[in-house]
Design a protein around this ligand. Structure first.
Ligand code: EPZ
Length: 422
């Protein structure tokens, strides 16, 4: 398995172009199943998770051609030939559950392996399933598989028990071809959900209220395939801004949407960093007045849970006390032990973490446990004294396109060692 070797201490500087958003591309790629014909998607990031979701829709009958150099994905759908997504695929990526919406909408049947828990939490899918039941689906669980059956779905009024990105997207994809009107309450407002909604509207769906907590969908008989370009990845943009700040450097992320990363920009400003933004770019540079702050993860437009770990790595060497509160996932502190191995002073009390800024971190062999924890360890390696070896970097390959290349362009001393570790 590949590893990273990072020699810390370089102040990052320069510009980095942000790729398309993983968490928008995944449901949009699945959403293409809602219409027969050819869908062309641009700005699709070349990530492991994207290749997995392509495998998933291929096993349902879609033909896919992914031009990774051009970040263009062409999908041909000529009827859905299969309704089952095997355990082998779902266990590698929970987002495979997104196929349930389009399958139920198109053929009234979906057999999808029930996703298990993951490193960051139990992550049930009950809201997805109760939403489908409210649309008229019968759901059973057999041998680890969700068996969903329905005639034509019927519009309904449904208040989600909790704010869920995945459930909002999945139920929306089912409701676009249902009979009558669906009113969804307590919806997720994430830009990824809005991007999916805009894609569906371009296909001919009737949806209003995207970006608010109340979405209304008027079902239509059929949708048409379209060409569409995926929004930039706000989590990738935030990660680079945080990395730039952590190394006390000066960087600019470009081809980004500043409105999507306001919470991250505000947190950096609260710490004393100088943050500026333009039409499609955000820059950060250090100042002499840095101090700790409070960060609480919340659904959008609050501070994203996916930037909690990178923010903790940054906090490790910021003078004073930093408090981080994780409210979305119950087990998203797996990076704490690794950061402590590098000398960070971190105390965990339930879902609250107190980070006392230390003078410096020192290099150590460390290991990624999930995608965003992995990004935190890369940032820690960039600021640590000495050379840090990071294992299980396949976690980062799931969600950061060409990470080591982009960091090298910003001046980082990072290299991937093929087959370097266990
Ligand atoms: C999406 O996951 C993202 N994944 C996650 O990013 C992100 O952390 C999360 O939203 C929150 O922003 C993708 O878009 C592929 P949720 P999702 O449903 O949809 C509970 C990354 O690093 N819940 O909004 O799975 C759930 O357990 C990934 O790119 C239920 O209880 O998240 C969690 O505590 C990691 N029942 C909370 O709601 C349900 O049916 C929010 O989860 C659904 C969710």
């Amino acid at each position: 398995m590949d590893t990273y070797l990072i020699r810390g201490g370089t102040r990052l500087s320069g510009e980095v172009k942000i790729s398309g958003a993983k968490n928008a591309a995944l449901p949009i790629i699945v959403g293409s199943l809602l219409a027969d014909g050819e869908t062309v998607l641009d700005n699709v990031p070349d990530l492991k998770d994207i290749h997995t979701i392509i495998q998933v829709i291929r096993c349902l009958g879609a033909e896919c051609d992914f031009d990774t150099a051009a970040n263009r994905l062409t999908i041909k759908v000529n009827s859905i030939k299969n309704a089952e997504v095997p355990y082998e695929l779902v266990k590698t990526m929970r987002a495979s559950i997104y196929v349930m919406g389009p399958l139920l909408a198109r053929i009234g049947q979906a057999d999808v392996s029930l996703p298990g828990g993951c490193a960051i939490g139990e992550r049930p899918v009950d809201i997805h399933l109760t939403g489908f039941e409210a649309l008229g689906t019968t759901i059973s669980l057999e041998h680890g598989y969700i068996k969903a059956r329905a005639g034509r779905l019927n519009g309904m009024q449904f208040k989600m028990r909790g704010i869920s990105v995945g459930a909002t997207a999945n139920i929306m994809m089912a409701a676009v071809l249902a009979r009558g009107k669906t009113v969804l309450e307590n919806c997720a407002r994430e830009p990824d959900v809005v991007d999916l909604g805009n894609f569906l509207v371009k296909m001919g769906a009737k949806i209003s209220g995207l970006g608010s907590d109340l979405i209304e969908i008027e079902g239509v008989k059929r949708l048409e395939p379209v060409s569409y370009s995926i929004i930039p990845d706000r989590i990738e943009a935030g990660t680079y801004l945080i990395a730039g700040a952590a190394t006390k450097g000066e960087i600019t992320v470009k081809s980004a949407i500043p409105e999507h990363i306001v919470a991250c920009m505000d947190a950096l400003k609260d710490m004393g960093f100088v943050v500026d933004s333009g039409a499609d770019r955000v820059s950060v540079k250090t100042s002499h007045k840095l101090s700790g702050t409070l960060v609480k993860t919340l659904p959008y437009p609050g501070f994203p849970t996916d930037l909690q770990a990178p923010m903790m790595a940054l906090s490790a060497t910021i003078p004073g006390i930093n408090v981080i509160v994780e409210t979305i996932f119950e087990n998203r502190f797996t990076h704490v032990a690794e950061l402590r191995r590098m000398g960070a002073d971190i105390t965990v009390e339930g879902n609250v973490v107190i980070v006392k800024g230390v003078e410096k971190l020192s290099s150590a062999p460390i290991m990624m446990s999930d995608l965003r924890a992995g990004a935190a360890l890369v940032i820690a390696g960039l600021i640590a004294e000495g050379e840090t070896e990071i294992r299980r970097i396949y976690h980062c390959d799931r969600g950061y396109e060409r990470l080591e290349n982009k960091l090298s362009v910003l001046g980082a001393d990072i290299r991937r060692v093929k087959g370097g570790g266990l």
